[in-house]
Every structure is written in structure tokens, then in C-alpha cells.
Design a protein around this ligand. Structure first.
Ligand SMILES: [Zn+2]
Length: 420
């Protein structure tokens, strides 16, 4: 078939537009050797992502993205690109974050980079801290004074009456005195309301806390329930630290949304099907924090065999919950744990999950849990330009999730690996 010359010219012009059309004003283009737009979509090689005004404008095969005239971020090009990661368990309680309102920005920036941006996190959930300090830190990040992730915070947690966990007893006396240990429903509500009014995005409950010598404190069920109900009434999430299966039972009773650890208590270490069924019926999400256990148990001087057994139990809990269809959210408890490198967390998770399930725990699952799937979690037009560039493909080795070349939040680079 012979086409008229005008049709050929029109096709050529169309092709030119598709291959090398002009990018919108102020756009940036990122080239990817491989692009994962989402855990449930096949990867794409030789791709490009175009973003403008903090939002993704286009993502697809490089030849189809109209990027002429767009800015580039040289050092970030050519890696494996994924949606920005969420770490669903962090704390801003180390001294380097103290006095956040007045502390020199470069000091806070260095702390933020080392703990978070350097590992690809564009959103973090602070699961307990000094609310006023975290809110001040967040305000400075949002004002552009220092680069950092978006911060969702639970602010000040609630503890059982006379139930500060033994591992927090070394905190300064004035900090210990500030921790909420409500004795009544009224006291609990007062704290929850003040915390949420003060800028917290969630309520954190310590439901069962170790007191030493095999003793535990428990939050009264009516207090936990009242705190959870008040939080849910405002459309917000309830996070809980369970310690052991008895703590999970309290969480189920209260309607907790996110368990921030698996369990290695002295009781049952296996989560049996009826327990998992009840957790699922409350639509609970799980943050495994697997690396925390070897870290803590080794520090406590336990022999390697015991450490391996306890860690293996936590891996099995993760496997059982994920296989049953439970939501899993990646989280490491950094800030409490001073070793920030998540490589071991990825390796331990990979004993129970596939690389794409881990990617889901970093991106789509937390976006859904925080009811923000409309704005983040996937790389597609209209979503926030929250991106991670890795040096190598995590589907080949999950340790590559930690080999971060660049972190981009809302179109702005929050971390660039220094040239080696
Ligand atoms: Zn924690």
C-alpha cells in the first residue's frame, strides 16, 4: 500500500513529537536503566520519568517521554528507579534531633540524611517521640530549611500505669516524667486529644511492657479502647507495641490498625491461625522490625543459637501473616536502634517474602494504610514525584534495596550518593 505524502509527513511529525517533544516548563527528566512503576507491574528497561511542580507528569519507555528541554539530575540517571520508600517505624529521639526549633539546619540535615534520606525514605512514621520537637523538625523540613522525608508522627505514646518498659529506664528523669501513663479513661482521652490537637497523625499504645525479672505491665483494656476510639473518630490510625501474644490480644480488642513489631516474648512465639484470623478481621497491618531482635538479643549477651531461634520465630510470624493476606509495612525502629543500615532487615524479610512483596511493604501497602494511595506509592502521572534510584536491581538481590544512589521527594533531591 502506498500512502500519500501528506500522511507520511503527518506520521513523521507525530513520531517526532512522541520521541523528542518539548517538556513542560520547569520539568525535570530522570532516566532509568530499569523502572519499577509498582510491585504489581512488570519492570521496564530504558525508561524515563518526567516530573514538574513536584508531581509526576509522565513515566514510560524513554522514547515515548517528551523530555526535550527538561532539566536532568546527572548523577541520578541510569539506575533502577522505584517509588519513594516509607519507613513505618522510626524515632526522632536521639540527641542529634533535640532542640529542633533552633538547632543549626546543617546539623539536622546531616542527622536526617544519615538516618533516613540516605536509605531512600521519602515518608517516615515516627512511632513515639517528643511531639513538640518532632513537629518543629517537620515544620523546618516542610519550609525547605533542610532536606528530608515527609514525617508522620504518633507524638507522645501512652504506657500502662506504672508501666514504663525496662529498656527506657535510662532516659533522663525529666523525659521519663513526661511519658503518659494514664490511670483512667479520662486521663487517656485528655492525652490523646492534646497529642492529636498538637499535630500528631496517630496514637501509639504500649499495650504490654517488660518490667524485668519476667514481669510485665498491661494497659487496661478500657483505656486502650477509649484511646483507639477517639483516634478513629478523627479518622486517624492507632499503632501499638505488643511485646507478646497477650499484647496482640489487647490490640485486637482495642481495634489497633498497625502492630509496630512482631513478637519475641516469653509466651507463645508462634502466631496460630485463630490469632491471625482475628488480626485480619481487624484489618491490622504489621511492621516486622526483624533486625531489631538480633540487635537487642546480642546486646543482652544471649548466645547466637538463642538469637537465631528468636529471629527465626519472628520471620515465621511475618510469613504466616503475609501468607494469610495480612498487610505488611516495612520498618526498622531506627532512632531507637543506632545502626541505620536496613540491609539486614531486607535479608531477613526475604526469608518470608518475595522482593516485590518487600517493595509493596515499602510503597503501595503503606500508602494504602495511610489512605494516600491517590497521591503516592506508585510511579504514575499525577502522583507525587517521590522516587528512589538504586545502583542495582533488588529483584536480583534484596540487599540492593539499600544501595541507594539518589532519593527524590516531591521532585527535589534529598540525597545524592557522593561520587566515589
Ligand atoms: Zn520503636
Amino acid at each position: 500500500m502506498r500512502l500519500p505524502i501528506t500522511t507520511l509527513l503527518a506520521l513523521a511529525a507525530f513520531g517526532l513529537a512522541a520521541c523528542g517533544g518539548h517538556a513542560p516548563e520547569g520539568a525535570t527528566v530522570l532516566h532509568a536503566a530499569r523502572l519499577y512503576t509498582a510491585p504489581d507491574a512488570p519492570p521496564m528497561d530504558d525508561a524515563a520519568i518526567l516530573f514538574v511542580d513536584g508531581k509526576i507528569a509522565a513515566a514510560g519507555p524513554a522514547k515515548d517521554v517528551e523530555a526535550r528541554g527538561a532539566a536532568t539530575i546527572g548523577v541520578c540517571d541510569g539506575g533502577v528507579v522505584l517509588a519513594g520508600f516509607q519507613n513505618s517505624h522510626v524515632h526522632f529521639t536521639e540527641p542529634k534531633f533535640a532542640g529542633a526549633q533552633a538547632r543549626p539546619a546543617p546539623e539536622l540535615a546531616a542527622a536526617m540524611t544519615a538516618m533516613l534520606s540516605r536509605w531512600g525514605y521519602t515518608t517516615v512514621v515516627d512511632t513515639a517521640s517528643d511531639l513538640a520537637n518532632t513537629v518543629a523538625l517537620r515544620a523546618r523540613v516542610e519550609a525547605g530549611a533542610l532536606p528530608g522525608p515527609r514525617i508522620l508522627t504518633a507524638g507522645g505514646a501512652l504506657y500502662p500505669k506504672d508501666g514504663i518498659p525496662i529498656y527506657l529506664r535510662d532516659l533522663p528523669p525529666e523525659v521519663l516524667a513526661s511519658l503518659a501513663q494514664p490511670a483512667t479513661v479520662e486521663e487517656a482521652l485528655e492525652h490523646v486529644q492534646a497529642n492529636l490537637d498538637g499535630g500528631a497523625d496517630a496514637t501509639k499504645l504500649f499495650l504490654m511492657t517488660p518490667q524485668g525479672n519476667g514481669r510485665y505491665s498491661f494497659m487496661q483494656p478500657d483505656i486502650a479502647l477509649a484511646a483507639a476510639d477517639e483516634t478513629h473518630r478523627r479518622g486517624l490510625l492507632v499503632l501499638a507495641h505488643p511485646t507478646d501474644v497477650e499484647g496482640i490480644n489487647l490490640a485486637i480488642e482495642a481495634g489497633v490498625d498497625v502492630l509496630v513489631h512482631t513478637t519475641i516474648g516469653e509466651g507463645k512465639t508462634v502466631w496460630d491461625p485463630p490469632l491471625i484470623e482475628q488480626m485480619l478481621s481487624k484489618n491490622m497491618a504489621l511492621v516486622p522490625t526483624l533486625k531489631l531482635f538480633p540487635y537487642e538479643l546480642k546486646r543482652a549477651g544471649l548466645e547466637q543459637r538463642i538469637v537465631d531461634l528468636a529471629t527465626g520465630d519472628a520471620v515465621e510470624q511475618l510469613r504466616a501473616y503475609s501468607n494469610a493476606g495480612g498487610a505488611v509495612l516495612f520498618g526498622t525502629d531506627v532512632g531507637y536502634m543506632s545502626d541505620y543500615d536496613p540491609t539486614e532487615e531486607y535479608r531477613l524479610m526475604a526469608r518470608a517474602l518475595s522482593p516485590m512483596q518487600i517493595l509493596s511493604s515499602l510503597t503501595t501497602a503503606p500508602a494504602l494504610r495511610w489512605k494516600e494511595e491517590g497521591r503516592r506509592g506508585r510511579i504514575e502521572p499525577g502522583k507525587d514525584a517521590d522516587l528512589v534510584v538504586l545502583d542495582a536491581d533488588p529483584a536480583k538481590d534484596v540487599a540492593n534495596f539499600a544501595k541507594v544512589r539518589c532519593t527524590i521527594r516531591g521532585g527535589k533531591t534529598t540525597f545524592e550518593k557522593p561520587a566515589s
